[in-house]
Design a protein around this ligand. Structure first.
Ligand SMILES: Cc1ncc(COP(=O)(O)O)c(C=O)c1O
Length: 348
């Protein structure tokens, strides 16, 4: 990996940011998983970003909420799954900043347990005092986006100044700026430690973390490949989404195109049976991380991404890569909502 390049003027300067997270997050070795898999594995502990059980969304929210405050908004809204880590963290950040918070809860996953509906992230989102709105349209990103804007319109008529955090791929990917910044942090850490990673692996859902990291690495002159593990949609859809975010980032920062189609690497080997559902690839990764490294991952995001990574290593698909950084994006509160999955792999 190349040394951090001091970029002047800093292309992130024009974007307001409010500090919410504990950074830099640690970069740790995974010695026992490394030995098992015959590769040097490291984990970037973005599950330890501090706010309300942490996770990757803290870095993204720093830019959305920075923008909301700069625009004098008093109310924030967004939409996510019942067990969304993002909604938990938005609710927590809004409490911290004294903003009214409206969360639209999308019932995306079918056949769920009582724990799924009430515990884990959903319990915590309520604890932060946010207003909850249910969206029963299933897996429908555009419909959910329209519905949350209707709530915002209603609040505006009541005299509030709402700020909607959009997740649709057509909108400015402000949240990715958090990971453009994190890419610099990662380069600094690997340089300081004399490491020479040849791959970064991260979960890819909305694609903002993946796009921000990839773009940020290229911005700092690093050609380090980033593999995005699909957690919500297949690799064709995900690749075009991530590429779209990267070209948006160039436009937003007034920079040339830094990421080409060939740079966007995604794999969906751990996606089945679908968003929010675990397979053996995932449950065994969650189990291995816990029993070999004392590391908590979840069946929806970080465990799925780790499952993808370990599965690809075992299948020989990453044979060229000897030193791999797994970006742990958090998500462990969802473990309580997935009790049956946790218990199942506990007895195997
Ligand atoms: C714990 C966790 N990891 C990874 C992701 C995926 O990140 P992104 O949406 O930026 O692709 C999410 C998204 O909600 C998440 O909550």
């Amino acid at each position: 990996m190349s040394r951090t390049v001091a970029i002047s003027p800093n292309p992130l300067d024009p974007f307001p940011r409010v500090e919410l997270g504990h950074v830099p997050t640690p970069l740790e070795r995974l010695p026992r998983l490394s030995e098992m898999h015959g590769v040097r594995l490291y984990v970037k502990r973005d599950d330890c970003t501090g706010l309300a059980f942490g996770g990757n969304k803290v870095r993204q929210l720093e830019f959305y909420l920075g923008d909301a405050l700069a625009k004098d908004c008093d109310t924030v809204l967004s939409t996510g799954a019942v067990q969304s880590n993002y909604m938990r963290l938005l609710a927590a950040a809004a409490s911290k900043l004294g903003l009214e918070c409206h969360i639209q809860v999308e019932h995306r996953v079918d056949n769920v347990s009582t724990e799924y509906r009430c515990s884990g992230n959903r319990l915590l989102t309520g604890l932060f005092g946010s207003h909850i709105h249910d969206y029963c349209g299933g897996e429908d990103e555009k419909g959910a986006d329209r519905a949350v804007h209707l709530v915002a319109d209603r609040l505006e008529k009541q005299g509030r100044k709402p700020y909607v955090i959009p997740l649709a791929p057509t909108k400015e990917p402000k949240g990715a700026l958090g990971y453009v910044l994190a890419a610099g942090e990662l380069i600094q850490q690997t340089d300081d430690r004399g490491l020479a990673p040849d791959l970064v692996v991260v979960g890819s859902g909305s694609g903002l973390t993946h796009a921000g990291l990839l773009f940020g690495l290229r911005l700092h002159g690093s050609g380090l490949p980033v593999l995005g593990a699909c957690v919500r949609r297949n690799r064709e859809l995900q690749a075009s989404r991530v590429l779209g975010h990267c070209s948006h980032l160039s436009t937003m920062m007034n920079l040339p195109k830094l990421v080409e189609k060939k740079d966007v690497w995604v794999d969906d080997c751990a996606l089945a049976p679908g968003y929010g559902k675990a397979s053996r690839i995932v449950t065994s990764a969650v189990h291995l991380a816990a029993t070999r490294e004392g590391l908590l991952t979840d069946p929806v995001y970080s465990g799925k991404a780790l499952g993808c990574l370990l599965h690809m290593v075992k299948a020989g698909k990453l044979a060229r890569h000897k030193e791999i950084i797994f970006v742990h994006t958090g998500g462990a509160p969802a473990l309580f909502a997935y009790r049956t999955d946790v218990e199942e792999y506990g007895v195997k």
